[in-house]
Structure formats: C-alpha cells, structure tokens
Ligand binder design. Structure first.
Ligand SMILES: [Zn+2]
Length: 78
C-alpha cells in the first residue's frame, strides 16, 4: 500500500507517537486504548511512519496466513 492510499484511512490529530515520544506533538492516528486496572485510560497513538510500518506487518501476516489483508484496521485488531 502507498502512503497516499493508506493514510487517509485514519483520522489524524496532534498527539505523541508511542514509538517516537521524542518527536513531541506530531500528526498521529489512534491505534489502541489501554485500560489499566488502576489509573486512567491511555490512548496509544502512532505517527505516519509507525502506521505505515504496522500496516506493512499486518499485510505480511495476512499473506503468510492466507487471509485477506484489509488496511485501515489497526485500531480494531485485538
Ligand atoms: Zn512513530
């Protein structure tokens, strides 16, 4: 998938990337919400680079397992 096809599948907002916190506030997509037993809910967000990396991993995993790769579902997979 090309970034131009993939990135519009996500909603982008300013936030901190979980893998690149040093970048500070960048354009990020929501990937996951953690629900710790104690404390507040934690949103996991990723920058464009990380979304592309994670989608590529999902695509490879889908090809390996013979299932259909559907982009745009990072936040939905368990
Ligand atoms: Zn990142």
């Amino acid at each position: 998938m090309e970034p131009a096809e993939l990135l519009p599948l996500y909603e982008w907002a300013a936030g901190t990337c979980f893998r690149h916190p040093g970048l500070g506030q960048v354009e990020t997509a929501h990937l996951k919400t953690l629900h710790p037993r104690t404390g507040e809910e934690l949103d996991i967000r990723g920058c464009r680079e990380c979304v592309m990396t994670l989608e590529a991993q999902r695509e490879r995993a889908a090809v390996r397992s013979g299932s259909v790769y559907e982009p745009g579902h990072l936040g939905c997979s368990p």
